[in-house]
Design a protein around this ligand. Structure first.
Ligand SMILES: [Zn+2]
Length: 234
């Protein structure tokens, strides 16, 4: 029985290690959250660049328009003050027209100025986002690299343990194995070592009666408290 239990104990060690490595593997941060943030920042950078392009285009259009109107106004002023137009009515309407053109030009130039400041602000904003993007990209790269390394290590370790488990199973007593699996599912462990009179699974003190049975009998003995198969390795 002791040899059978020793093999079963080996299985428990492998199963514990497997459980541990699988949990670690499952909790690894694969960087998908960070990746989402990087993608969002990239989108934001693109959006800002597009906005800047649009504002530049509008600014250039308005500048061109303002220059055109300025030219029209100046040529009208040249005619007005050139002495060729003498009709007062005509002069009056020309004056009104140049006044209107000046107002339009002023409005356009104001808009150009507005856009110039807005572009400046946007550019500043864009630089900040680009900086943030750069640092988050670097962080993501770093995280991905350590993830790949940890993933590979854990996967290899799990494969190795699974192979050891597979090799161990045929050596185990089928009845013991079945009990072990039942108890492990319920208790998180199927077999416990008894050390200094205490169950290594639940910490319960084993009664003297069970202790002497453990020493003397060649049967499966369970912890009275947690139900694990008891194993005295001495
Ligand atoms: Zn116990």
């Amino acid at each position: 029985m002791r040899d059978k239990l020793r093999l079963l104990w080996k299985l428990e060690e492998i199963d514990d290690e497997l459980q541990n490595k699988r949990a670690k593997l499952a909790s690894l941060d694969d960087g998908s959250l960070l990746k989402q943030r990087v993608d969002n920042l990239r989108e934001e950078v693109e959006k800002n660049r597009q906005e800047i392009r649009n504002m530049r285009r509008e600014m250039e259009d308005k500048e061109l328009e303002a220059r055109g109107i300025e030219e029209r106004r100046r040529s009208m002023e040249r005619r007005m003050y050139g002495g060729l137009v003498t009709n007062p009515k005509e002069l009056e309407s020309m004056e009104k027209e140049t006044e209107m053109l000046r107002r339009t030009q002023d409005r356009l130039e104001e808009r150009v100025l507005e856009l110039m400041y807005a572009i400046e602000d946007k550019n500043q904003q864009l630089r900040l986002i680009e900086e943030q993007l750069k640092s988050e990209e670097a962080e993501y790269e770093k995280l991905r690299q350590s993830y790949e390394v940890a993933y590979k290590e854990l996967s290899e370790c799990i494969a190795h343990l699974e192979k050891a488990r597979e090799e161990l199973l045929p050596q185990l007593d089928p009845y013991l194995l079945e009990r072990y699996q039942e108890i492990r599912e319920r208790e998180g462990g199927g077999i416990a070592k008894v050390e200094r009179g205490v169950c290594g699974g639940c910490g319960f003190s084993i009664s003297p009666r069970i202790l002497s049975r453990l020493r003397e009998e060649d049967t499966i003995i369970y912890c009275e408290n947690c139900g694990r198969i008891l194993f005295m390795d001495e």
